[in-house]
Design a protein around this ligand. Structure first.
Ligand SMILES: Cc1ncc(COP(=O)(O)O)c(C=O)c1O
Length: 487
């Protein structure tokens, strides 16, 4: 009789961490044993036994380790992602048109007229995708935006252009950089003063655009704002202050001052009842980033991302990104996931309440994700998000710290992305969802698997360099008990 010399297929995905480790160990260090197990067809059973033994040891040892480290169920609960699938009643979606493709095309054409303009990179993290069990991970790296280290300038600058166009009775397509910096324009329009409140990035963008276009700007920052962010705004020639109140109160302050100033206008990156036009222009400005990303994905032969992860403070950015992609793929939209800082999770709270009405979060809103520390949703964005988002996630600070470290120290072969506290939360969330079975239900509900191509936005670089170093080099907000996938 001829013996069956075709060995069983090598054990692969079915094995877990310790089985795979043992298998790799034997293959690399004890080939004789490895080959004899393969030859007699028992490699897989043996490695399964290793996994089972590891499970038994874990069951015995883990409770004691957790007790020694003071980890309680209550503590674990407190420190986890909170998530909710969107089951809110839908509205008539009247604001989706804000992010129509022609509106976004106008914004991109305006930004393209600046001599400082270039398309920011889309980092293709193939190694990371493989590690997480996904088909693709793509990170739009906004640390390169206009040399300002964050995406925000896209919104303020386009809103200023549309405001000026409106005052002059023209269309924004006539407002390019060369015209706005010309002598003829200066004579005809003169100067306006643009007021705003900011955690840093939006104000810097408004100050930068005002400076470049020969306009004036006044910027108020909330209590606790960092000195480096203050300095960056002052450098652009803006009148800037750090106030003793939170972000939302700074917005009210800027609005009141603008109302009392001749040729004064508030350019705020959030909408409320009665203040919707300028924020909608700001959202269109953010559309440039989403539009670039869609083009870049196509260049990587990805016609459509299956998932888009986007972080939110007031939600203008999220509304812009979700609105743009919902318009781009009206029949087959990607699944949208919106992430917030736990301390300011107003959109999550709204989704949790499940009646379609927005919710407000108050207090000091303390989080390392300074750009996401906003407790009052943009009303236009909220309407877009409630109609199109699949899940809302509320994130403790360690999530973003982990994302910063993962992007800073990528899988071999992947490009590095310098991503700040508000920029990296998507990476941290994706890692948690894919690697930690605590979130398996969410993973399954979002259908995140080997076929998924995920787009996310690193919306800022190291805008607070000291903090960045403390987290990435110094290991602030450690996550040493998060589950790891076997590499
Ligand atoms: C870096 C960064 N990312 C994300 C956001 C969130 O944008 P939004 O407030 O529109 O939700 C901000 C807001 O300032 C930001 O600065």
């Amino acid at each position: 009789m001829i013996p069956n010399i075709i060995p069983d297929p090598e054990p692969g995905e079915e094995l877990r961490k310790f089985g795979l480790m043992r298998k790799n160990y034997l293959k690399e260090n004890n080939l004789q044993v490895y080959e004899s197990l393969v030859a007699n067809g028992t490699l897989f059973q043996e490695m399964v036994k290793v996994d089972e033994a590891a499970d038994r040891i874990k069951e015995q040892v883990l409770p004691q380790l957790l007790k020694d480290a003071g980890v309680t169920e209550e503590l674990k609960q407190k420190d986890q992602l909170k998530w909710v699938l969107n089951h809110m009643p839908k509205s008539d979606d009247q604001h989706l048109d804000v992010m129509s493709l022609p509106n976004v095309a106008k914004a991109r054409s305006f930004h393209g007229s600046f001599p400082q303009y270039s398309i920011t990179p889309l980092a293709q993290l193939d190694g990371m995708a493989q590690y997480l069990g996904l088909a693709g991970v793509y990170v739009k790296d906004e640390s390169y935006r206009f040399g300002l280290n964050a995406f925000k300038v896209l919104g303020g600058s386009f809103a200023m252009a549309r405001y000026i166009a409106g005052e002059m009775g023209r269309d924004v397509s006539e407002m390019n950089y060369d015209y706005l910096t010309s002598e003829a324009f200066r004579k005809e329009f003169g100067q306006a003063t643009f007021f705003t409140a900011t955690d840093g990035n939006h104000g810097r963008g408004v100050a930068w655009a005002a400076n470049k276009l020969g306009q004036k700007s006044v910027v108020h920052m909330p209590k606790g704002s960092s000195k480096s962010r203050f300095d960056n705004i002052a450098k652009e020639g803006a009148k800037v202050t750090i106030e003793e109140v939170n972000y939302d109160d700074c917005v009210r302050m800027a609005a009141a001052e603008a109302a009392q100033t001749e040729h004064g206008v508030i350019v705020q990156d959030t909408a409320w009842d009665g203040y919707e036009e300028i924020p909608s222009w700001i959202m269109q400005g953010y559309g440039t980033m989403a539009n670039e990303a869609a083009d870049q994905l196509r260049q990587c032969s990805v016609n459509r991302p299956t998932h888009v992860f986007v972080q939110a403070g007031v939600g203008s950015l999220a509304g812009a990104v979700v609105g743009y992609f919902a318009n781009l793929f009206p029949n087959d939209p990607p699944k949208f996931v919106v992430m917030e800082a736990e301390a300011a999770d107003c959109l999550y709270q709204g989704a949790l309440a499940n009646d379609g009405k927005p919710r407000i979060v108050t207090g000091d809103l303390k989080t390392i994700m300074a750009g996401l520390a906003c407790g009052e949703p943009n009303t236009i964005s909220w309407d877009i998000l409630r109609n199109h988002v699949s899940a809302f996630i509320s994130c403790p600070d360690w999530v973003s710290a982990k994302g910063m470290r993962m992007l800073s120290s990528p899988v071999k072969g992947d490009p590095r992305v310098v991503s700040g506290e508000s920029g990296a939360v998507g990476m941290g969330v994706l890692d948690a969802i894919m690697c930690d079975d605590t979130y398996k239900e969410l993973r399954d509900a979002l259908e995140l698997d080997r076929h998924s191509r995920v787009l996310m936005f690193s919306t800022e670089g190291n805008t607070d360099p000291e903090k960045y170093r403390r987290v990435v080099w110094g290991g602030e907000y450690p996550t040493d008990d998060t589950p790891q996938k076997p590499c």
